[in-house]
Design a protein around this ligand. Structure first.
Ligand code: PGA
Length: 265
């Protein structure tokens, strides 16, 4: 069945634990004049926590949104070192990354905690960007679809399909993150397609509207081919988002492929 969709491309820069007051200001000074000219792509950047408010000020006159890289699953109270969803909302964040593979692998975040964080983000009015993806061993073992489905299912079970699709999904194969090795457009499309089909089994219209980003060594020279795929609605960009020219070129590639065609699901 043909279901029409009108998904605006989205490019999110994940600065990870990089930057300084000076470096952030200089990066945004170079990149904002270029990306502010784009109309059919939505852009966001996710700086480390200490810089969120100053970056919010720097973004003030632009259409670029602010995102955070992590949040607490808890509402408030005695949780030393944690940052709540409502605080992020309060200082102007629109997005928050949830379940990035570095959080899962290095900070022991499991599917249940990721689902709690996703729900906490939604409750506070943030848009959670749910990261899913397989390791190299899992891909080689033919487990990619099963892993991604398990990660998504934990959130579906916690919040239901209508709330799941209020977020954004980012497919990020772990073997492609920060390695310079990118999934081919066909490999990425196949997993995006699987995710959209899985969503469609729950709710066809919700699946058609849900944005699914690709992340993992997206660069200026591979972005266009990736963004050209019918189920790839933009990118979550790590390393290349720290370089003004590269990030601008990636946003331009998204602008060149503004909406994804209708697809059969
Ligand atoms: P990368 O990171 O673009 O440096 O591979 C992507 C990510 O971790 O979100």
């Amino acid at each position: 069945m043909q279901t029409s969709s009108n998904r605006k491309k989205l490019v999110i820069g994940n600065w990870k634990m990089n930057g300084s007051s000076t470096a952030n200001a200089s990066l945004l000074r170079s990149v904002l004049p270029v990306i502010s000219r784009f109309e059919s792509v939505e852009v966001a950047v996710c700086p480390p926590f200490p810089y969120l408010t100053t970056v919010a000020d720097l973004l003030d006159d632009s259409d670029v949104s602010l995102g955070a890289q992590n949040l607490s699953s808890q509402l408030s109270g005695a949780h030393t070192g944690e940052v709540s969803a409502s605080m992020l909302h309060d200082i102007g964040c629109r997005f928050v990354l949830v379940g990035h593979s570095e959080r899962r692998a290095l900070y022991s975040e499991n599917d249940d905690l990721v689902a709690e964080k996703f729900a906490a983000a939604l409750r506070a009015g943030l848009i959670p960007v749910l990261c899913v993806g397989e390791t190299l061993a899992q891909r080689q073992g033919g487990e990619t679809e099963a892993i991604v489905t398990t990660q998504l299912s934990a959130v579906l079970k916690a919040v239901g399909i209508q709330d799941l699709v209020k977020g954004v999904i980012a497919y990020e194969p772990v073997w492609a993150i920060g390695t310079g090795e990118t999934a081919t457009p066909e490999q990425a499309q196949a997993v995006h397609r699987h995710i959209r089909q899985w969503l469609a089994d729950e709710d066809r219209a919700a699946a058609a509207d849900c944005r699914i980003l690709y992340g993992g060594s997206v660069k200026a020279d591979n972005a266009e081919q990736l963004f050209n795929q019918p189920d790839i609605d933009g990118g979550l960009i790590g390393g290349a988002s720290l370089d003004a020219m590269s990030f601008a070129a990636i946003c331009r590639a998204a602008e060149a492929n503004p909406t994804t065609e209708s697809i059969a699901i």
